[in-house]
Write a new protein. Structure first.
Length: 385
């Protein structure tokens, strides 16, 4: 009765079952996987945020497939503040980056076509691909004093059915940015083969170095779809605001925008109050980002301090984002280590295999957990090795 594409194994994994038991028993828990900023103790200007949703203009219905011009201009202004030039006419508003991925896949891919994704990376891509009848092909990221694209593996993965290459800038959870030389090589490869670049930049603003990182949004050498949104930039995941910037050679860009506009017009999914609030939300982003970056940098420094006091564990280099990758002894599988940590110490972490790390010995921790919880959780984690 049901479509094959939804024939997933929905049984919970061992770690999820253990976490549910732990919580149902009312046991104390230190959650080092925290990803929801609204639950991490950050301060929001409630009056300004909620007031932005009460704009009287929201009582008028003005259907615009790409989104209201004022909202798109505020997104263009966001890029201008980063010294990245983006035209508001090249921006399309979506209710989340998942919808943006859906729109792009509909424009680029027929059923069975292929999209290359990095590994390790966030596991959401598999479900999005299943829903859209796309085949994901993984290309490796390799670690050698920092992360880099394995171009030999990437080029070997290309076929006549490859339609796009996804880059996550910075990647989640490895926290590395695409380097300028990698961007140049990807542009050359994609332009020559008529392949699109899909750049996921939801963590772009959260560079752990002094120097801001350049967006893919102004890229003109290959057809490029750049996506981001307020979930991370403003710490407002509940508002469901994202956008898609389409750039590249003018003929390809024009065709892509025309097709995207028809798709967006079919759904008209973003509501008016949210669109009218986008300029205010974006204006408030420094308040949130300063809090988050202070915590992330503080937690990273505390992590390094605790790691320096022992020799069993270390961490991999991280350039941006909200996560750190720990290298731990591979005496057990990552899942077994995570289970041990939960059951014996009441600390919840993600094992590396959740993100397709190629071997055991990796744990992922969030850098936005409250400081005291983070420090205590890391102490307990290190105590089991």
């Amino acid at each position: 009765m049901f479509a094959d594409r939804t024939n997933w194994n929905l049984a919970p994994n061992r770690l999820s079952e253990a976490l549910a038991r732990h919580r149902s028993a009312g046991k104390p828990l230190i959650d080092l996987t925290a990803s929801n900023p609204t639950e991490c103790g950050f301060t929001y200007d409630r009056e300004k945020i909620l007031g932005a949703l009460a704009n009287p203009l929201s009582l008028s219905y003005e259907p615009q497939p790409k989104g209201l011009l004022a909202a798109r201009e505020s997104v263009a202004g966001y890029y201008a503040s980063r010294d990245d030039r983006v035209n508001a006419n090249d921006i399309l508003l979506t209710t989340g980056t998942s919808e943006a991925y859906s729109f792009v896949s509909r424009v680029l891919c027929n059923p069975g076509d292929e999209v290359l994704i990095p590994t390790p990376s966030y596991p959401l891509f598999d479900l999005l691909a299943d829903i859209r009848d796309i085949r994901l092909v993984r290309y490796s990221l390799i670690y050698d004093h920092g992360w880099q694209i394995d171009f030999h593996a990437l080029e070997a993965a290309l076929t006549t059915r490859t339609r796009a290459i996804i880059v996550v800038h910075p990647n989640n959870p490895t926290g590395h940015f695409t380097k300028p030389e990698e961007r140049s090589r990807l542009n050359q490869l994609c332009a020559a083969r008529q392949i699109a670049v899909i750049a996921d930049e939801v963590f772009l603003d959260f560079s752990l170095s002094v120097k801001p990182q350049t967006s893919w949004a102004p890229n003109s050498e290959a057809l490029t779809f750049t996506m981001s949104g307020l979930s991370k930039i403003c710490g407002l995941p509940q508002m469901k605001v994202a956008w898609l910037v389409t750039t590249g050679p003018e003929d390809l860009k024009a065709q892509a925008l025309d097709r995207l506009e028809v798709i967006a017009d079919t759904y008209l999914s973003m509501n008016a109050p949210i669109q009218h609030a986008i300029p205010e939300f974006l204006e408030r982003r420094p308040e949130f980002q300063q809090q988050l970056m202070s915590r992330a940098k503080g937690n990273l420094a505390e992590l390094d301090r605790l790691l320096s006091a022992q020799k069993a564990c270390g961490r991999l280099a991280v350039e941006g984002g909200w996560y750190a990758v720990l290298r731990v002894p591979a005496t057990l599988t990552d899942e077994e280590v995570a289970l041990d940590l939960l059951e014996k110490e009441g600390v919840y972490v993600h094992p590396g295999h959740f993100y397709d790390f190629p071997s055991d010995g990796y744990l992922i921790v969030s850098l936005i957990a409250p400081e005291r919880e983070f420090a205590e959780g890391i102490k307990r984690l290190l105590s089991i090795f």
